[in-house]
Design a protein around this ligand. Structure first.
Ligand code: FAD
Length: 567
């Protein structure tokens, strides 16, 4: 039975949010007229797959086409009009103005309900020389066709990727796979800003280990024409430091901004972050217009603040929810947590919820712990450490965010933690989660359980933590750094100024340790030094554990980072 009486539903934008809304609308209303307008020549294509087509992992361009206008007509009876731009909205008359891009013909189309899923466009800041035929953005299939055409005859070409967000890094990885000389130039001091700096440091090491040159904290100030002395097929990328990077092509991965031109011209409310303002039913300030996807502002699930979060999952779910609301099924979209994942060569990096920066900005108190549990049982071959960080509230232990980086098992841990965030779980809940275990897949205490338990230890006052960025300021007159690793581990490197007593000797050598100073213990990952700090505090010493231990400290040291330490 249909949910409500037939309507004309018009959708602007035919990819993630738009196509999802259209299909859901049809499933709820067989007799509605559903018209989807798309400016480009493709609908429902896999934007997320574009970098992998450039790198050749996705061999066929057709694989990127999840649906075509014809298949959408056949299966969903959708009226899909490609190469057709919506150029205006007459809200009073409930009509849109439309232009066919090939013929220039303009016409009007009326609607009962209008859904805007116009997406976000790549940022092109006004940097001198930014417009050049060999400077590429990556948003749609024609964009990657241009990159493929450029790269076809390019042997050992030099590509400079400007911007170290996930699109920039995926492109850097894929161009490197194709044998290009790749440089990433990033304005901020780290890539992947949703991660905290000590976590992003693993990505820096992985990029360098794979031959990607990395310039951090050094924004691009100009693209200059090449010269005889500095030949290049595109530009000389000039950094603020004065460094000059000859580039045969430039990939602009500087972020995206919501496409709100139509909404603004129609007088719809726009939020302070620059996205279309919607309510929890995804309705705009006009009761006949809904908006979804990268073009809207969403409520951040942790801070509660308005945010711009451009991700495919939220866009798809919002499309479905908008269609539900239009067709009489009240449905709410409450929050986005920014759960994201990226593969970078052999590493996978995933995050969900808030990071330290966003919590500080929102004045939300938090505690942070780092650990490096194995991806599965250590006795079963192939276990790899996961660098795992969780942030939680200091009172009741509510989970606030998580970041994980490693070679194996990152995706499932981040998805479990994202589920926990959505459920409003605390670290006590994490400790109690019953997760699937057999040796090839996990451990009897899964990394998520261990994170919960380690956080419980902090909340219970069983252990106090020193963070990686506090080590440099430790005063040897008041603090002793104690390395409790094995001698062979210490031989491979240690924190300068630390004293060495392996964990198993600590009880016998307590008399060598000072009672008038605080002792900060560290091992490789933090687990043995937690045991050491428990021994010490129960023998009357003032003891702390270095959160994340040597691994986290080491990766944040610039000299160490250059040596490509591995997880
Ligand atoms: P889009 O999918 O961008 O669709 C908007 C469409 O609206 C566009 O095709 C545009 O042409 C059309 N349009 C705009 N204005 C008009 C108009 N006036 N008239 C007609 N048509 C119009 N997200 C993830 O979660 N994971 C990933 O791995 C991931 N990888 C990505 C990789 C790349 C290279 C890119 C570009 C994006 C990636 N994303 C990823 C983000 C994800 O693709 C977007 O969040 C999602 O597509 C947003 O959906 P949307 O419907 O809001 O916008």
């Amino acid at each position: 039975m249909e949910t409500s009486s037939p309507k004309t539903i018009v959708i602007v934008g035919g990819v993630a949010g738009g196509a999802s809304a259209a299909a859901r609308a049809r499933r709820l209303c067989e007799h509605c007229e559903i018209i989807m307008f798309e400016r480009g020549e493709h609908v429902s294509f896999a934007n997320c797959g574009l970098p992998y087509f450039v790198g050749g992992e996705i061999a066929e361009q057709d694989s990127l086409l999840v649906q075509t206008p014809e298949s959408l007509k056949a299966r969903f009876n959708l009226d899909v009009r490609i190469k057709t731009e919506v150029i205006g909205i007459d809200r009073a008359a409930r009509r849109i103005q439309v232009r066919e891009l090939e013929t220039g013909r303009e016409y009007e189309q009326s609607y009962d309900a209008l859904i805007l899923s116009t997406g976000a466009s790549p940022l092109r800041p006004p940097i001198p020389g930014i417009d050049h035929p060999n400077h590429f953005v990556v948003r749609n299939i024609p964009d990657v066709e241009r990159i493929m055409a450029w790269s076809k005859d390019c042997q050992r070409c030099r590509a400079v990727v400007v911007g170290g967000g996930y699109i920039g890094l995926e492109m850097a990885e894929q161009l490197r796979h194709r044998g290009f000389d790749v440089t990433v130039a990033q304005g901020p001091p780290q890539v992947m800003t949703p991660f905290d700096p000590e976590m992003a440091a693993w990505l820096h090491a992985e990029l360098r280990a794979n031959g990607v040159a990395l310039h951090l904290n050094d924004p691009v100030v100009a693209f200059e024409p090449p010269s005889e002395q500095e030949p290049a097929r595109a530009s000389i990328v000039v950094l603020k430091s004065g460094q000059r990077l000859p580039a045969d092509s430039v990939i602009l991965g500087l972020g995206v901004k919501p496409e709100i031109g139509l909404a603004t011209a129609a007088g719809l409310e726009i939020g302070a972050r620059g996205g279309i303002r919607v309510d929890e039913h995804l309705q705009t300030s006009d009761p006949h217009i809904w908006a979804v996807g990268d073009a809207i502002e969403v409520r951040d699930g942790v801070t509660g603040k308005w945010a711009l979060i451009a991700l495919a999952g939220p866009a798809n779910r919002q499309g479905r929810i908008a269609a539900d609301n239009i067709l009489g099924r009240p449905s709410r979209y409450e929050h986005t947590w920014g759960t994201a994942i990226v593969r970078l060569f052999k590493l996978t990096a995933g995050c969900t919820g808030a990071n330290e920066k966003s919590l500080r900005r929102a004045s939300i108190p938090f505690l942070a712990i780092h650990l490096h549990p194995g991806s599965h049982a250590g006795y079963y071959p192939g276990a790899e450490p996961i660098a795992l960080k969780i942030l939680f509230a200091p009172d009741a232990g509510k989970l606030l965010g998580a970041q994980a980086i490693g070679h194996d098992g990152v995706d499932k841990r981040i998805d479990v933690l994202a589920t926990a965030l959505k459920a409003g779980m605390t670290v006590h809940d994490l400790a109690e989660l019953e997760l699937a275990y057999a040796p090839p897949y996990g451990s009897a205490k899964d990394p998520v359980n261990l994170a919960g338990m380690a956080a419980q230890n902090v909340l219970a006052g069983d252990v106090a933590l020193t963070q990686w960025n506090e080590v440099a300021a430790l005063d040897p007159r008041t603090t002793l750094l104690l390395d409790v690793r094995r001698p062979d581990e210490r031989a491979r490197g240690f924190i300068p100024g630390s004293t060495h007593i392996p964990l198993d000797e600590v009880r016998q050598r307590l008399n060598e340790l000072p009672r008038d100073r605080e002792i900060v213990a560290y091992c490789q990952s933090g687990q043995r030094s937690y045991n050491a700090s428990r021994i010490l505090s129960q023998h009357g010493f003032r003891a702390r554990n270095l959160s994340g231990a040597y691994r986290t400290w080491q990766i944040t040291q610039p000299s160490q980072n250059e040596n490509h330490p591995s997880l």
